[in-house]
Ligand binder design. Structure first.
Ligand code: NAD
Ligand code: MG
Ligand code: MG
Ligand code: MG
Ligand code: MG
Length: 340
């Protein structure tokens, strides 16, 4: 019945014992790092966590039964080094661990930015791969503990050993991803679709649409509280319907009036050429250069944009309303409780 353009890999397509002779160094113990390290450990893979001497995560990782070393020591010992520190810090961390990567070792990422835009250039003899759960780390961990998993991607940038794909699938299995399904992509495709999606649709597009919708109503004299509910709060209900049943699931659940109004008016709020420009700047590296420079100069624009966002009226109104109303809290708690 399925008609996908790509193969989906499941547990039967992967063999964790492929990693049995390896030591895996997980660098970082944040969202992804803690989930990968704990899931690997419980899947029987030999793990060492790489953290700075002064890292506040050291105690947590040790208490969870994991071995902790500094990133350079962990990488030297390991056969597979998994870069799970923030993307903007990875080039500096790479300099510190580079000597620990011997020919035949693997350098593995969960996002391809630094490889794709040439910020990290590993030696030829090293396998360079990606195993990227399509999910925040706490879900990678929580679903694994329940015997489930989150979907994931694998990608091979450099296959010096010839084992890169089998080992990537084994790793994906060890962190639970093949329980849900894994597809193969390339570093280029992962990076370009990820950046485009977060800029044009998920993070940038949605917040801008909510903000301008809110401003349009408030400027026309409607109550900011009404504008907040209509443009921001209700968004979750709509997104939940889309998540469960796609666009048709959502259209079928809202009123015919909402459906007709939405279908006829939606197009008017979207700037298709703007979206194409965003994609072009991702593809030609302009966005990457801007963001790299921004980070090298202490993030002057980032701070300005952030301050403007923080002082927007929608934040003020929302902060007050979220204090007064307890909606969603119970539902959230129920969702996050263990499934048993
Ligand atoms: P994070 O910000 O949650 O955690 C980073 C961790 O790195 C910190 O907790 C700390 O332990 C460590 N760290 C910070 N500075 C360090 C340094 N100088 N030296 C050593 N360790 C240091 O990061 P994250 O969100 O888990 O992202 C890690 C990678 O996973 C990134 O490449 C990201 O793009 C990718 N990714 C993240 C998600 C997600 O939902 N968070 C999803 C898919 C892929
Ligand atoms: Mg090594
Ligand atoms: Mg190997
Ligand atoms: Mg991203
Ligand atoms: Mg309505």
């Amino acid at each position: 019945m399925t008609d996908l353009s790509t193969t989906v890999y499941y547990d039967d397509d992967a063999d964790v014992s492929t990693l049995e002779d390896e030591t895996v160094a997980v660098l970082g113990y944040g969202s992804q790092g803690h989930a990968h390290a704990l899931n690997l450990h419980e899947s029987g893979v030999d793990v060492v966590v790489g953290l700075r001497e002064d890292s506040s995560s050291r105690a947590e990782a040790t208490e969870a039964g994991l071995r902790v070393e500094t990133p350079d020591v962990a990488a030297a010992e390991a056969d597979r080094v998994v870069m799970l520190v923030p993307d903007t810090i990875q080039p500096a961390v790479y300099e510190a661990i580079e000597d620990g990567l011997e020919a035949g070792d693997t350098l593995q990422f969960a996002h391809g930015f630094n490889i794709h835009y040439g910020q990290i250039e590993p030696a030829e003899g090293v396998d360079v791969t990606m195993v990227a759960p399509k999910s925040p780390g706490h879900l990678v961990r929580r679903t694994y503990e329940r015997g489930e998993g989150t979907p994931g991607l694998i990608a091979i940038y450099q296959d010096a050993t010839g084992d890169a794909k089998a080992e990537s699938l084994a790793y994906a299995k060890a962190i639970g991803c093949t329980r849900a399904g894994v597809i193969e992509t390339t570093f280029q495709e992962e990076v370009e679709t990820d950046l485009f999606g977060e800029q044009a649709v998920l993070c940038g597009g949605v917040t801008e649409m909510v903000k301008v919708g809110f401003e349009t109503l408030v400027d026309a004299g409607y109550a900011p509280e009404m504008a907040y509910f209509e443009c921001l709060n209700e968004l979750k209900l709509i997104v939940d319907l889309m998540y469960e049943g796609g666009h048709m699931g959502m259209w079928n659940s809202v009123s015919d009036t909402a459906e007709y109004g939405g279908l006829t008016r939606g197009e008017e709020v979207i700037d298709r050429e703007g979206m194409e420009r965003i994609l072009e700047e991702v593809q030609n590296g302009e966005f990457a250069r801007e963001w790299i420079t921004e980070n090298q100069t202490n993030r002057p624009s980032y701070k300005q944009y952030r301050d403007a966002e923080q002082s927007h009226q929608i934040e003020e109104v929302g902060g007050e309303l979220r204090k007064l109303f307890a909606w969603g809290d119970d539902e959230q708690a129920a969702e996050e409780a263990p499934a048993d």
